[in-house]
Design a protein around this ligand. Structure first.
Ligand SMILES: CCCCCCCCCCCCCCCC(=O)SCCNC(=O)CCNC(=O)[C@H](O)C(C)(C)COP(=O)(O)OP(=O)(O)OC[C@H]1O[C@@H](n2cnc3c(N)ncnc32)[C@H](O)[C@@H]1OP(=O)(O)O
Length: 193
């Protein structure tokens, strides 16, 4: 796509993404990866994104823009829309059973998105090269087949659980480590990839 930085173009030798055999079935709702997550958790003012597994290494998500998400009066803030794209793209990792963080994310804002709108998101991994995961997403308004309002391309980088343990504030890390279910998911990805 014109205007994109070259780092978002998969290099020669990049591979097609592989859906993990234990990935959630198409149509299955993916739960929050962390209940305090701004994107998929339940906290007030958050995005409360609902993500469903799709076919291949793809998925869909819905984000309802509410008054807490405004930039201009009655319109969604661009950074909030980018966060919705980021969260949707990050959820793709669950289909590959890897843990990865956003390295680069480029967003096109095509149409303004009014408060009250349901943003219908769709994302897919396009290529993988070593730890680098290339992916793309769109957000449509007026229905899943409606016009594109936002779109993004991104590069995620695979990391180990240690990335969070080393860098996260100890208060939240200790609470997460004390929650066996949360850690079980993260460990399962690493021990049994
Ligand atoms: C108890 C705990 C439970 C935890 C349970 C799991 C929870 C799972 C939560 C997931 C959450 C998701 C939420 C939504 C997604 C976010 O929003 S994630 C948050 C936003 N992102 C970040 O905070 C990332 C901050 N950045 C970093 O930490 C580091 O820069 C990175 C990305 C880990 C890379 O550092 P690194 O591992 O040292 O990698 P490095 O060797 O520099 O680079 C590797 C390759 O990537 C390329 N690369 C790296 N950065 C970039 C970049 N910015 N642009 C272009 N290329 C890049 C390099 O050029 C290199 O390429 P090659 O030489 O291999 O061709």
């Amino acid at each position: 796509m014109s205007g994109r930085t070259t780092v978002l173009k998969p290099p020669e030798g990049a591979m097609a993404p592989v859906r993990h055999p234990d990935a959630p079935a198409p149509g299955e709702l993916l739960g929050a990866h962390y209940d305090q997550c701004f994107g998929c958790g339940e906290q007030s003012g958050g995005l409360r994104l609902r993500v469903r597994a799709g076919e291949g290494v793809g998925l869909t998500a819905e984000f309802t823009v509410d008054a807490a998400h405004q930039g201009a009066p009655g319109l969604a803030h661009g950074g909030v829309l980018t966060a919705a794209l980021d969260e949707t793209l990050g959820s793709l990792n669950w289909l590959q059973r890897v843990i990865a963080v956003t390295g680069r994310l480029e967003t096109d804002f095509v149409r303004p998105v009014p408060v009250g709108t349901v943003l219908h998101l769709e994302a897919r991994v396009t290529a993988v090269h070593g730890r680098k995961i290339y992916c793309a997403a769109t957000g449509r308004i007026g229905g899943p087949e409606g016009p594109v309002a936002v779109r993004a391309e991104a590069l995620f980088i695979e990391v180990r659980v240690d990335h969070f343990i080393k860098n996260g504030r100890s208060e939240e890390i200790n609470a997460a480590l004390a929650d066996p279910d949360q850690v079980k998911v993260a460990r399962a990805f690493e021990v049994n990839p």
